[in-house]
Design a protein around this ligand. Sequence first.
Ligand code: APR
Length: 294
Amino acid sequence: MSPIFRIVSPNFQGMGIGLLYGQSPASLRNGRPLGYPVQREMSELETNLAGLEKILLGGPKIAVLTGAGISAESGIPTFRGEDGLWKKHRAEELATPQAFYHAPALVWEWYDWRRGIIASKEPNAGHRALVRWERYFPHFVLITQNVDGLHRRAGSQNVLELHGNIWEVRCTREGTITENYESPLNPIPPLCPACGAMLRPNVVWFGESLPAETLEEAYAASASCDLMFVIGTSAFVQPAASLPLLAAERGVPIVEVNPQPTPLTASADFVFRGRAGDVLPLIDERLPAGSTGG
Ligand code: APR
């Protein structure tokens, strides 16, 4: 299958660090023989949990990649789900430097709307399970595509935010990054208090580079873990969607938690067809008491 990139970053080189939309390059898929056992159904929940428990009790190095689905149960719309449109616009239309250049107020209104929703929501049981795992496992790296900040609000300490944070703004003239929790924003677009230039959200748009150091750490974690979870992502946006393949290529078990199949399902050894807020606590229960200090 040839790669389908609908948005290609000018920065894309090899594995690339630009934010891309499309399917995983075929060359990055893992080289497992066809017929590798994949457990797909929630009816196999017990088998999945028992198999996973054995691995977890061995104290593996864990990497976790999350997407918008983990925040869905907090009431935050996903990008490609039923509620994914805002005023008939798709995320790929608004989350671009071009959209911001041509219609900064429209783009900021979308972010202002999203910030308003996020501010009124709380982390859910899925976020909280990951907090406990961070405390329990000595080697645990949480990589997220989410900009909502809910992992940190739940209590996760080390979060690699690949796509930035919606609560940070960046001056378009000076590049200064500051936290900003004003909701609703006034004025829109907001202006830099220091120089008066327009601010932009400190998030990564399609065609832009991901923060290099953060991406480097995410690659390193994916390339060195013994177990990788992929939770609540449609796995369509690169380079994040390729990270689990770095683990799968080495024969590392991949655990997918998602009510829907994704392009990564074929690479997964444990597939939980359920909601993160239901499934992660069930996995958490398999850890010895004492993991639940959070
Ligand atoms: N638990 C787990 N997964 C869920 C849940 C849930 N409760 N609800 C929905 N999902 C799954 C959906 O089935 C879907 O596969 O979450 C996924 C959400 O996919 P997207 O909306 O495409 O979100 P994501 O993969 O995070 O998008 C990646 O795209 O627009 C950009 O930069 C933005 O970071 C975002 C990136």
